[in-house]
Design a protein around this ligand. Structure first.
Ligand SMILES: Cc1ncc(COP(=O)(O)O)c(C=O)c1O
Length: 397
């Protein structure tokens, strides 16, 4: 292995899942059902393909890093509407960049935001536990020490901000927050976000608010970090947010999201990306622009997820400590032993899920808080989800 950091990082959860299930066959006579990846299977709106086709003449152009002015304006306007931001709070030309999906943005941003040393010591990157695996990769590959903050049922499935060691805050370069949270669906409220921004400014770290599930929610729309920044006076200092069309518009294949917020950070990030960043092809950027300007398909999409949570409530009842997640589209189910349940669900019911222990790290006591859980993605249509959950109940009891 050439890179010892990569060696330390190990395999991502999906590689580990493939290893776990290698050699075991899915139950014969059942159609395999992938409830493992968070890959939305609803049809994206026709607007997407139509706009790509209309912009086919742009395939012959290299896209710029900064995207088009139309894209940046559409994003800034959407942020303004979605979070009721004061007029002009987000300058489209200084505070928005397109991403080839938020995954690469979340990963690459750490290369800008993590210095070699902070206050003469090794920087930390703070992240929730369980976590989206890209945060830990960003931390490790940037040379920081990842500090996993337990987000359990007892803490409302969000990191307890009062429990973070002072020493970790002093060394903190980046804090990844996921709200709505993958995998638990928890939402950070406005006070939580304001408090976290306060800490970011006090301890001089960057808050990266991963809000890619912001449009998939059950009740009221989740608060956002820019909304909290507005409530604190309107500065985006020490704050960026990331959003994606993968979940909002059921278009994971378009590979398009954005980062918005702190102008100094956006400027440096644009500089880094001018060397090695992927840029979004122009016909796709045109489609993305049209999608950020359109809300009907988002409302319809959200309604489909609500139907599926109705299905889950009906089929699962109180099994596996089921609760209806307020955001996102995962079920986080306590099945006792997540790995064992995953193995059985594949071989006995042809359902693929993710063991919770693969998206969590052992805490200070050596206990992996994800171990009892499985993560189940409700990304298919309601009928398929109903059949899948029915198979799950028949298998696990
Ligand atoms: C929490 C979280 N953040 C970011 C992403 C990346 O999404 P994309 O790169 O499609 O925007 C995902 C994808 O599943 C995710 O679950």
């Amino acid at each position: 292995m050439l890179n010892d950091r990569l060696e330390a990082l190990g395999d991502n959860p999906f590689y580990r899942l493939a290893t776990l299930l290698a050699g075991s066959q899915p139950r014969a006579n059942e159609t395999p059902l992938m409830m493992s990846a968070g890959e939305p299977q609803h049809a994206p709106p026709a607007l997407l393909a139509e706009t790509v086709a209309r912009n086919a003449h742009l395939w012959g152009k290299y896209p710029g890093n900064e995207g088009s002015p139309e894209f940046r304006r559409a994003v800034a306007a959407w942020l303004g509407r979605r979070y009721a931001l004061p007029e002009g709070m987000i300058d489209p030309d200084r505070q928005v960049l397109p991403l080839s999906g938020t995954k690469e943005g979340l990963y690459m941003l750490a290369q800008v935001a993590v210095p070699a040393e902070k206050n003469g010591r090794r920087p930390t990157v703070l992240l929730p536990n369980p976590y989206y695996h890209v945060y830990s990769a960003a931390a490790v590959m940037s040379g920081a020490e990842p500090v996993f903050l337990s987000a359990t049922a007892e803490t409302g499935f969000l990191p307890d901000l009062d429990a973070i060691p002072e020493e970790a805050l002093e060394r903190c370069a980046v804090f990844y927050l996921c709200s709505p949270a993958n995998p638990q669906g928890a939402l950070a409220g406005i006070d939580y976000l304001k408090r976290l921004i306060g800490l970011a400014r006090q301890y001089d770290f960057l808050l990266v608010a991963d809000e890619c599930y912001a449009e998939i929610y059950d009740g009221a729309p989740p608060a956002g970090a820019l909304e909290a920044a507005a409530a604190l006076g309107g500065s985006t200092d020490h704050v960026v947010v990331m959003h994606s069309l993968s979940k909002r518009s059921s278009a994971p294949g378009i590979r398009c999201g954005f980062v918005a917020g702190c102008p100094d950070l956006i400027r440096l990030f644009a500089r880094l990306r001018s060397y090695g960043g992927p840029s979004v092809p122009m016909p796709l950027l045109a489609a993305a622009t049209a999608l950020w300007e359109e809300e009907t398909h988002v409302t319809e999409n959200r309604a489909l997820y609500r139907q599926k949570f109705d299905v889950a409530e009906r089929v699962l009842g109180k099994r596996y400590s089921f609760y209806r997640p307020p955001g996102g589209f995962f079920l986080w189910l306590d099945v006792g032993d997540g790995e064992e349940a995953t193995r059985r669900l594949w071989s006995e019911a042809a359902i693929k899920v993710v063991p919770g222990g693969y998206v969590a790290k052992p805490d200070a006591d050596g206990r992996n808080i994800g171990k009892p859980y499985i993560r189940v993605a409700l990304v298919h249509d309601a009928e398929t989800v109903e059949a899948g959950l029915g198979r799950m109940v028949r298998t696990l009891g």
